[in-house]
Design a protein around this ligand. Structure first.
Ligand code: THU
Length: 158
């Protein structure tokens, strides 16, 4: 029977990461302050590195009409498209914080975010490296975001 496997790296210490990933995670942690999450109390921030090294931020922005909540990851991609239109995001660090709790497991991008990140890769023909970490605990690194969405819907079918 065919099987799908996902390759990723797990690091236990931030100091085990390459400096560029460490810098991006630190930026994401700073970005948690920009989250607007009064309903879930679950803050998410994403720091995106563009191909020229520019780092932009996105955080989750919630809404009283719950389905209107916008995740941190697409907000970071929108920020990237705003400052450097036409330039790919080559890596993204995502971190989470829930006031009053210490989160120790990385939060994986939701299905919708995976779809958006995957299309960013196919649109630009460039891998988007993902670095995930909670406040403490392991750091997961995926060489390309689309690895998180096997059998995803693709524009090639249209
Ligand atoms: N959230 C993100 O920002 N990214 C994800 O990939 C998953 C969920 C946000 C949406 C909402 O504001 C909060 O986390 C709880 O679902």
């Amino acid at each position: 029977m065919p099987r799908v496997t996902i390759d990723f790296s797990s690091f236990s210490e931030i100091t085990d990461l390459p400096p560029a990933d460490r810098e991006l995670l630190a930026a994401a942690t700073t970005g948690l302050a920009h989250s607007y999450a009064p309903y879930s109390n679950f803050r998410v921030a994403a720091a995106a590195r563009l191909q020229d090294g520019t780092i932009v931020m996105g955080a989750n922005i919630e809404n009283a009409a719950y389905p209107m909540c916008i995740c941190a990851e697409p907000n970071a991609l929108a920020a990237a498209a705003s400052v450097k239109p036409g330039m790919p995001v080559v890596s993204m660090a995502v971190t989470v914080k829930a006031p009053g709790r210490v989160l120790s497991a990385p939060a994986s991008p939701c299905g919708s975010c995976r779809q958006i990140l995957s299309e960013h890769e196919s649109r630009f023909g460039h891998d988007l490296r993902l670095i995930l970490r909670a406040e403490t605990g392991p750091i997961y690194v995926f060489d390309r975001a689309s690895d998180l969405l096997p059998f995803g819907f693709s524009g090639e079918l249209l």
